[in-house]
Design a protein around this ligand. Structure first.
Ligand SMILES: C[S@@+](CC[C@H](N)C(=O)[O-])C[C@H]1O[C@@H](n2cnc3c(N)ncnc32)[C@H](O)[C@@H]1O
Ligand SMILES: [Zn+2]
Ligand SMILES: [Zn+2]
Ligand SMILES: [Zn+2]
Ligand SMILES: [Zn+2]
Ligand SMILES: [Zn+2]
Length: 456
């Protein structure tokens, strides 16, 4: 659901220093909402169950205090969701797809108002005021993400699809790792490219149910990545397990691109649960790693590293269609490119950008970095995160953005623009981990003991 992903390149808009924490635990006994099991949240007022997926209360109003969940009447009332979550019939959708496909392309249509793929000569109901895409070519039928209208009402915020180049880069990374099976979580364009390529196989796990109209039943799972929930239950679990099993030959990788403002903790928990499934189904040892390629904004790096230490951020700027802001510098002439990077546990050197002139191979880091990134011999790494060239501050003993200066009063490097001594603005970095996007009070690197003391 692209809705939740307000594309702002301002880091303060994302991963805000929210006082709400997610209590990461098994969610199977939690109350349900239309998005599957809720998550347990905790703030200074107490602990409550809320929607795993909707950040905006308007989109999903569920709110149950933790202590109320013990009450019979609350449990009883929540049961209604079992019947409220609609069922999708993948088998008949696939039958319909093949019937539509057998027709001449001029007779094939998709109604976005009704979310139906249909044969035009057989249906008149969509004629009036419905949003219909007509004359679907074979290419369109197998690549619906390239033309399906965005789920959002706001037409200005187009879909957040990777450019063809980014999809090619992803398939290239997998090839370099000799991986041919892909679990596409929220990445329909990668799934569609993999399906069309003889060297890959894939399965799409996505919340957007429109994909079941275009996929064979074993190629799409209606899924929520924030609670690792499969809406079709056991049947889909079996399908995913089968996909894992098959990957004993050819390797496997999760390729995930969550909505922009999604929280790291539940996503990381989902990856851990999928890893456990992978080890169990594929009979892998307990310390075996499930390969992951996760597209997410660079300013989430400290959060991700904190929870998943094996995952590292690469410097490649992931490009998106129709988003000038998110395309590479050379395409748009803009100073900054996309803030989205790959977070991965695959060797960074396998992200080969040798044919992209915006990148260079750092012989010290031994992987490809943005051409504008400078290797700092003091920090011993290519330190830029956001595409600018960082400079080293000898007092702070770290590299900072070029727009920062060392303030003697504050005894730290601060953003030049609008600096007021003693005032920590949100876009400044955390005093503890020196990273941006949060203040010390909500630093992900805070020890558990510290956090508890703060809450008490
Ligand atoms: C930002 S788009 C990524 C699309 C990707 N860049 C591509 O080109 O295929 C986010 C994707 O995640 C899906 N999505 C949104 N919320 C989700 C959720 N809670 N669980 C699973 N998928 C979700 C959307 O339907 C969409 O396909
Ligand atoms: Zn919900
Ligand atoms: Zn219609
Ligand atoms: Zn370097
Ligand atoms: Zn440095
Ligand atoms: Zn400094």
């Amino acid at each position: 659901m692209a809705k939740k992903r307000k594309l702002e390149s301002k880091e303060s808009n994302v991963q805000k220093s929210s006082p709400i924490e997610v209590v990461v635990e098994d969610v199977t006994s939690h109350p349900l909402c239309l998005h599957g099991p809720t998550l347990l949240f905790s703030n200074e007022k107490g602990r409550y169950f809320g929607c795993s997926s909707c950040r905006n209360k308007k989109d999903c109003t569920i709110h149950i205090d933790e202590e109320d969940w013990e009450k019979e009447n609350v449990k009883k009332r929540n049961e209604k969701y079992y019947s409220l979550i609609p069922k999708i019939d993948k088998a008949s959708a696939w039958k319909n797809f093949n019937e539509v496909k057998s027709c001449h392309y001029s007779n094939r249509a998709y109604c976005n108002t009704c979310k139906e793929l249909y044969i035009m000569s057989q249906s008149k109901k969509h004629l009036k005021d419905h949003r219909v895409t007509m004359s679907l070519t074979d290419e369109q039928l197998t690549h619906p993400s390239s033309w399906l209208p965005t789920l959002e009402n706001d037409a200005v915020e187009a879909q957040y699809m990777f450019t063809k180049k980014s999809v090619g880069t992803i398939l290239g990374i997998l090839k370099n790792n000799k991986i041919s099976n892909i679990i596409c979580i929220g990445t329909p364009s990668v799934h569609e490219a993999a399906q069309a390529h003889p060297d890959y196989d894939s399965i799409l796990l996505d919340f957007d149910t429109r994909h079941h109209l275009f996929n064979a039943p074993n190629k799409y799972i209606w899924y929520n990545m924030f609670n690792n929930y499969m809406f079709n239950g056991n049947e889909d679990e079996r399908i995913l397990n089968k996909f894992f099993k098959k990957s004993k030959n050819g390797g496997i990788c999760v390729v995930m691109d969550p909505p922009f403002g999604g929280r790291v903790e539940p996503l990381a928990h989902t990856l851990k649960e999928l890893e456990a499934t992978y080890r169990r189904v594929c009979e892998r040892p307990d310390d075996d790693t499930l390969p992951v390629l996760w597209a997410f904004p660079y300013f989430s790096e400290p959060y991700i590293r904190n929870i998943l230490p094996k995952i590292r951020m690469h410097d490649y700027q992931v490009e998106y269609e129709k988003h000038k802001k998110f395309q590479s510098k050379t395409n748009t002439g803009r100073k900054f490119g996309s803030p989205v990077r790959f977070f991965t546990n695959l060797p960074l050197i396998t992200i080969d950008l040798s044919n992209d002139k915006n990148y260079k191979l750092c012989d010290k880091c031994k992987y490809w970095v943005a051409a504008s990134n400078n290797h700092c011999n003091k920090c011993k790494e290519c330190t830029s995160k956001n595409g600018m060239t960082y400079k080293h501050c000898n007092i702070c003993k770290r590299c900072v953005k070029p727009t920062f200066f060392h303030c003697g009063v504050c005894e730290r490097c601060c953003q030049q623009k609008g600096h007021v001594c003693g005032v920590v603005v949100e876009s400044q970095s955390c005093y503890k981990c020196k990273e941006k996007g949060h203040k010390q009070a909500s630093c992900p690197q805070q020890t558990k003991g510290n956090k508890k003391r703060k809450q008490a």
